[in-house]
Design a protein around this ligand. Structure first.
Ligand SMILES: [Zn+2]
Length: 61
């Protein structure tokens, strides 16, 4: 992987708020229930601009 690809990846994984596009802070990882039986890992983030809290999908370990 060259440097451009790494940068692109980093931008893609950027943690901008989906509402106002500000930077967001990492609060922690939670396991959330999806439906009755499935569970999913999610990274919780708090926007420093508008205060929105949002979940970010994390692949299973
Ligand atoms: Zn925001």
């Amino acid at each position: 992987m060259n440097e451009d690809e790494i940068k692109h990846k980093f931008v893609d994984a950027g943690h901008k708020c989906p509402r106002c596009d500000s930077e967001s802070a990492d609060i922690g990882v939670r396991v959330i229930e999806v439906g009755r039986t499935r569970k999913m890992r999610a990274n919780i983030r708090l926007c420093s601009g508008c205060g929105l809290i949002f979940y970010e999908y994390m692949p299973p370990l």
